[in-house]
Design a protein around this ligand. Sequence first.
Ligand code: FMN
Length: 155
Amino acid sequence: MPIHRLLYRSDVHLLGTEASIRQQIAEIVRASEVRNAAHDLTGALLHTRGVFVQALEGPLPAVEATFERICCDLRHRRVELLEFVHAEARIFGEWSMAGIRADRTIQKLFPCLGGEEESPEPASAQATIGLMRSLLVTGSSDGSAPPKISPVSAS
Ligand SMILES: Cc1cc2nc3c(=O)[nH]c(=O)nc-3n(C[C@H](O)[C@H](O)[C@H](O)COP(=O)(O)O)c2cc1C
């Protein structure tokens, strides 16, 4: 089955303490794991200071429908599509939605992750996806436990 993959970035719009925001993001990831698995979607959600970057891959109708819902979600703002491509194979095939937390160092190394005042650089989409994949293998860059793995059936 043909696969499409999209990558977007957005500004986090969650209120509360740092711990509470982490909790809310963990809940977004948990709910997405369940829902994506049911629609043959895989991907990863990276969270770094004030910014989300999410990769979503799977059958085109499911990717489009899910992204439409995500765009309307008030828990983030300024959703900007960085890449939307036909893909030969999945990059995040082992995760229906993996949560990744990256620290400031990673954000500086990859300007496409953007800060609140910076613009994303679309040309860096491939580098960002590569970074997200490698963080999943090595664990989050702030030294926290590696993200939960959510296997989905191979397509
Ligand atoms: C940053 C972010 C990423 C999200 N990722 C997903 C996702 O991968 N899959 C998904 O089904 N919902 C995701 N959601 C949640 C959707 O925006 C939406 O709340 C959810 O799909 C339920 O939609 P509904 O209330 O219209 O049924 C995400 C939300 C945010 C804020």
